[in-house]
Design a protein. Structure first.
Length: 178
């Protein structure tokens, strides 16, 4: 049986770090949505976060997940509920994208906004406007809840203080309920 858990949050929220922690505990394969879609930074974008290819990227993600669905196992998919278009407008990804990837459960990481700014500066050598980061955090929270309700899939909101074992318990319980 194939099982997919979606771990979402803003850029620099700590999704990959959390997935690396959870992966051996579940066990699950950690996949990054950006890797699956073949995302490449636009050299003219100093933040490396905006894209004009939002919908075509999501189609590539769905195709990549469908190919994985043929295998047995569990996947932790590290991605976003919302992205930035090429004008830095927050765009909520269509609900049907999530319907098509069929997550068993959702995890939303809500980081400290100041920590996100620091992480992005260190990791990407780029900076997003702190106001835009707050907008993204708010949009991720709202849209994650929308996705959860639309798909009737449970969501757990976590932060840096949430124990990995509590997240594993939530994920495993959500699978038993479905």
């Amino acid at each position: 049986m194939f099982r997919l858990y979606f771990v979402g949050g803003t850029f620099g929220a700590g999704k990959s770090t959390l997935c690396q922690t959870l992966s051996p505990l579940l066990p699950a394969e950690h996949l990054k949505a950006s890797d699956l879609v073949g995302y490449t930074r636009d050299p003219s974008d100093p933040t490396g976060k905006a894209t004009g290819k939002l919908l075509s990227n999501q189609e590539r993600l769905i195709v990549a997940i469908e190919a994985r669905r043929m295998a047995q196992g569990t996947v932790l998919l590290d991605g976003h509920f919302c992205l930035l278009d090429d004008t830095y407008k927050v765009v909520r990804l269509p609900v049907n994208v999530f319907q098509r990837i069929q997550p068993s459960a959702l995890v939303l990481i809500e980081p400290d906004p100041a920590e996100v700014v620091l992480r992005l500066e260190r990791r990407d050598q780029g900076q997003l406007d702190p106001v835009l980061i707050h907008q993204l955090l708010h949009a991720e929270r709202e849209h994650g809840q929308t996705i959860s309700e639309a798909l009737s899939v449970p969501i757990m909101t976590v932060d840096a203080s949430t124990a990995a074992e509590d997240i594993v318990t939530f994920l495993q319980a959500s699978t038993q309920d479905s």
